[in-house]
Structure formats: C-alpha cells, structure tokens
Ligand binder design. Structure first.
Ligand SMILES: O=C[C@H](O)[C@H](O)[C@H](O)COP(=O)(O)O
Length: 235
C-alpha cells in the first residue's frame, strides 16, 4: 500500500525518535544522513539541550551543518577509535538479514566508514523501505573516482549493472562529499548481496558500494500499525 509523503514523514519521525532514546550519557554517536536520520539528529539536539551529554560523528557535510546548528558537539576518528551507536537511514532494508542499500542521498562512503567503526548500527526507516530482496525498488549507488569513471562504469556493466552516472539538477555530474562521482546501478535483483559487494569492490576505480552487508544490528521501522524493532533473524 502506498503512503503519502506526510504519512511517510510522520513514520520516519516516529522511528527516529525511538532510536534517539537509545543514546546514553557519555556515548560517541554516529549521526546519519538523509530525511529520516535528520529527525534523529533533531531529537538528539533536543536531548542535548535537556542535559544528555554525548559527542556526534557526522556522516555528511549536511548532517554536520544540522548538528552544529543544534549545538551538538562533534568529534571524529582522531579522537575516537570506535563509535558506540550510529543511527542512520537506508534506502532498502532486507527482512531477516537487515542487509541494506544506502547512498541515494550520496553519503554512502562516510556512512560506511562510520558504520564499520560502530558497535551498534541502528537503522531508522518507514516501512516502505522493507524488502524481501535487495534491489527490488532501489538503485544501488556506487561511489567511484572521477578519473576514468567511464571505464569503471563499463566494468560495472560486466557484473550485470545498468549504469547511470548521477547528475545534479543542473545536469552536471554529481560530486559527493568526498569529491567522487556516484554511479547508480540497476540490477535485476541482487540475489547474493555479499558476492555482489565483493565483485563490485574488486573493480579498480570503485571507492565503495552502497551495499551494507552484516552491518546493521537493529532496524526501527514505523508504519500505520506502529513502530517495530527488528533484529537480524537467526540463520
Ligand atoms: O546517502 C544517503 C543515505 O544513505 C540515506 O540514509 C538514505 O538515502 C535514506 O535517506 P532517507 O531517510 O531520506 O530516505
């Protein structure tokens, strides 16, 4: 069943606010990117003003800007080896595995660096993001170096992707926070996400793919029947 954008925003806010309650005093908190994560950052800004003490590690320049405006103190990997808890959105969440596609907002590289250093990665989303198989609805964003991107795109096509370089509204090539390009890849379903991630990652010129395999510890999913906390199902 499709949902209106107002309903979707309300579900995103529910999920994000529940996840923001998981932050405890003294934590290093990864601050995700996108419209759902922004609700979590807003809730964390309110909790900081109410006296909760934590530092944030932002996953994009946009989130860094939002957190600064809210007065959340920021930090990075020079000061902290690990992140206690990261709250981030996703473009698709696979039921059971909690494997993810991320990066439609272009922040996948920083998000993946923060996720891989996190003890817990909690995904927040409305229920339209839940899928049985990755690639059902979403393209897979792949971040690549600008030099030779056309050659990298051809190699991606060889592993089964229909590739489109992402463009800005003005029609220029989209540049990520890391100064790279994003190639949006359509696959006819991603049957083996781990194998696909390996195949893409082995292509010279690929910086990272938006496949997040085995990284999420929990997903907080909101919809018309309420908010559910999903964990990785036993295999
Ligand atoms: O690059 C963007 C991120 O991976 C976002 O977390 C993802 O695109 C989900 O964004 P939203 O919550 O706006 O749907």
């Amino acid at each position: 069943m499709s949902m209106s954008s107002e309903q979707a925003a309300e579900y995103k806010r529910h999920a994000a606010e529940l996840a923001a309650e998981m932050v405890e005093d003294g934590m290093v908190v990864g601050l995700g990117t996108g419209s759902t994560a922004a609700f979590a950052v807003a809730a964390l800004g309110r909790r900081y003003r109410e006296g909760l003490r934590f530092v944030g590690v932002p996953t994009s320049l946009a989130t860094e800007h939002q957190a600064r405006e809210l007065g959340i103190p920021l930090s990075g990997f020079g000061e902290h080896e690990r992140v206690d808890l990261t709250i981030d959105g996703a473009d698709e969440v696979q039921r059971g595995t909690l494997n993810l596609i991320k990066g439609l907002g272009g922040a996948l590289l920083r998000e993946k660096i923060v996720a891989s250093a996190s003890d817990r990665l909690v995904i927040v989303a409305d229920e339209s993001k839940l899928v049985d198989g990755l690639g059902e609805h979403s393209l897979l964003p792949v971040e690549v170096t600008p030099f030779g991107w056309e050659a990298t795109a051809r190699r991606l096509a060889e592993v089964g992707a229909h590739v489109s370089p992402r463009r800005s509204r003005a029609g220029d090539l989209f540049i990520s926070d890391g100064g790279n390009l994003i190639l949006d890849c359509h696959f006819e379903g991603i049957d083996d996400p781990a194998a696909t991630e390996l195949a893409i990652g082995s292509i010279v010129g690929v910086v990272e793919s938006g496949l997040f395999i085995g990284m999420a510890s929990e997903a907080v999913i909101a919809g018309p029947t309420g908010v559910a906390r999903l964990h990785v199902a036993a295999q």
